[in-house]
Design a protein around this ligand. Sequence first.
Ligand SMILES: C[S@@+](CC[C@H](N)C(=O)[O-])C[C@H]1O[C@@H](n2cnc3c(N)ncnc32)[C@H](O)[C@@H]1O
Length: 348
Amino acid sequence: MRVGLIPESAFEQMGLWSGEVPTPVLETFNGLLAVRSLMAVCRLGLLDVLADGPLSSEEVARRAGTAPMPTRRLLDVVASQRYLVREGDAYALTPAARRWLLAGSPDSVRDYLLWRYYEWEWVSRLEDHVRTGSCMLGRPELDEQGWDTYQRAMRGLARLGATEIAARTPFPRGASTMLDIGGAHGFLSVAFCRRHAGLKAVVLELPEAVQASAPLLAEEGMGDRVVHRAGDALADDLGEACWDVVVTSSVVHHFTAEECASLARRVARSLKVGGVFAVIDFSRPDVPGGKGQTSALMDLYFGMTSVSGAWSADQIAAWQRDAGLVPRKPLKLRRGAGSVIQAAVRRA
Ligand SMILES: C[S@@+](CC[C@H](N)C(=O)[O-])C[C@H]1O[C@@H](n2cnc3c(N)ncnc32)[C@H](O)[C@@H]1O
């Protein structure tokens, strides 16, 4: 999937074909403001006030407490992005806005868009990263509100993929115990437990994450079937032959190669015979730039924001193999923008 210039008339189409359109001007000007406009309507709550039906821009501004004229301009931008339609003087949400951007929608990525404000700061330092190779956050240096925003954002994303991951991860028959390393809000464990009636899960997370995400887990009403354990996956004892399933989703890109290899060894020891270790993460393309724009951008993003960048499925499988596990073929997630499930089994 790529972002690009989409002509809105035959004249513009011809311009693009002729090569006479200065594409970098539009890609940067339109791109810059389009991204920030979408972030802003979410942060300012301008879409949520439209949840019950169309309103004029003046009424949107009155309810959201914003200035009428800039509000109208912003709504027009978002209408051009097809999240709003104008009906006379009124603006109405499109089905896409209702599904993806309203706070209360089960598929809402609104919280994830609010995380963009943190990423906006990091992206402003891209040149430093490229000049020096510096990484922007080995561990997120976040205050309380930052942790809250981060955990809500991760939950928004996890809700999109958790059902598929729970359905496609190899699952030992009769499994009853699961460890979810770096499981944050716990939504992946929730999805596994909803699918498998006899399963209980422990979500091992950094203390700051547990504090921020405990209310999110409580919202799921899973009682003692999914519980948090505050700790550090790189240092804590994971136990011996006690888990049927160990999963870790979107976590190993935070760790160095040595840390990943050590984690795989400790996970292997902690698994029961027949148990499964599933690593779910963005898989770095084997051929640089070889898998499209999203993949190239994700590779840049992880390189910029985590200690080691993303890993390839082959590298993850190698750690699993070195730990004495038997890796399966990676499964590409349908909704995962280049993410895979790399599972491995503990044989006798
Ligand atoms: C990108 S989030 C992924 C959250 C969740 N697994 C998901 O898929 O939505 C990475 C999580 O890993 C956690 N994490 C990072 N280092 C950790 C460590 N050493 N021990 C436990 N959790 C860790 C972070 O606190 C964060 O919540």
